[in-house]
Design a binder for this molecule. Structure first.
Ligand SMILES: Nc1nc2c(ncn2[C@@H]2O[C@H](COP(=O)(O)OP(=O)(O)O)[C@@H](O)[C@H]2O)c(=O)[nH]1
Ligand SMILES: Nc1ncnc2c1ncn2[C@@H]1O[C@H](COP(=O)(O)OP(=O)(O)O)[C@@H](O)[C@H]1O
Length: 219
């Protein structure tokens, strides 16, 4: 067998773009938060929104809260990688943070809706892995929104009314996880991230490892 000279691989590590979507109250923020705590390789894309801040939310951590005028300025300057209107408010992904993560080959998590997932897929193609979180039942979805106690009855009603139309997009996602038991759903999402990293040679340190094997080859 003829073999080529073993020269170090030059390919840079490409970051994984992990999208998590679900109808409101299914548990995507909880799963995303647990994932970020458990996985130091992952950072989250903090969106901008025109929605009012919830009592528990922190500016710059959960969202960058903007007026409609500020949001329109971001759109006009092409500062958003994608944006959509969801439940009567505007939401968008700041371009800068994503480009910085991609340039450094860091993995990034996106808590965005199906419209955002579609746009990201169009722009980033194969780097996107998408997960749709389903509630175990519509009754449980409703009680989770009430138990969360962050939104008014009117806001909860809008979110429930929109949940059917959101769930109808489930087929567009790579993975579907039913969030019945939180530990089980979380384990499934972690397994997806781990498998996708391995599948795409994105395991942290893999490129360096193979380069070392090739350059140290004494044969
Ligand atoms: N397209 C898009 N959707 C977003 C973005 N940020 C948040 N969303 C989605 O907007 C919807 C409403 O989010 P939020 O008001 O935080 O309510 P929650 O779903 O009840 O937690 C959810 O489906 C989010 O995933 C974004 O930057 N772009
Ligand atoms: N598996 C689960 N079982 C019971 N409650 C859950 C589960 N997952 C999430 N929750 C709770 O349901 C509510 C909605 O979850 P959240 O993560 O805010 O949903 P989303 O981000 O999809 O709107 C929160 O109060 C959360 O603690």
């Amino acid at each position: 067998m003829k073999s080529a000279t073993a020269s170090p691989i030059k390919i840079a590590r490409r970051g994984l773009m992990l999208v998590i979507s679900s109808p409101s109250g299914a548990g995507k923020s909880t799963i995303a938060r647990n994932l970020l705590e458990a996985d130091p390789e992952l950072s989250i894309s903090v969106s901008v929104t025109t929605r009012a801040r919830r009592p528990s939310e922190i500016e710059g951590r959960h969202y960058f809260f903007k007026s409609i005028r500020e949001f329109e300025a971001l759109r006009a300057t092409d500062s958003l990688l994608e944006w959509a209107e969801v439940h009567g408010n505007f939401y968008g992904t700041p371009r800068d943070a994503v480009e910085a993560a991609m340039a450094e080959g860091r993995d990034m998590l996106f808590d965005i809706d199906w419209q955002g997932a579609q746009q990201l897929q169009e722009k980033m193609g194969g780097d996107v892995v998408s997960i749709f979180i389903l509630p175990p039942s519509m009754a449980e979805l409703q009680s989770r929104l009430h138990r969360r106690a962050e939104d008014s009855e009117e806001v909860i009603a809008t979110r429930l009314a929109n949940s059917r139309a959101e769930i109808e997009h489930w087929r567009e996602y790579d993975y579907i996880v039913v969030n019945d038991d939180l530990d089980r759903a979380f384990s499934a999402v972690r397994a997806i991230v781990e498998a996708e990293r391995l599948r795409r040679d994105r395991r942290p340190g893999l490129f360096e490892f193979v380069n070392r094997l090739l350059t140290e080859n004494p044969f």
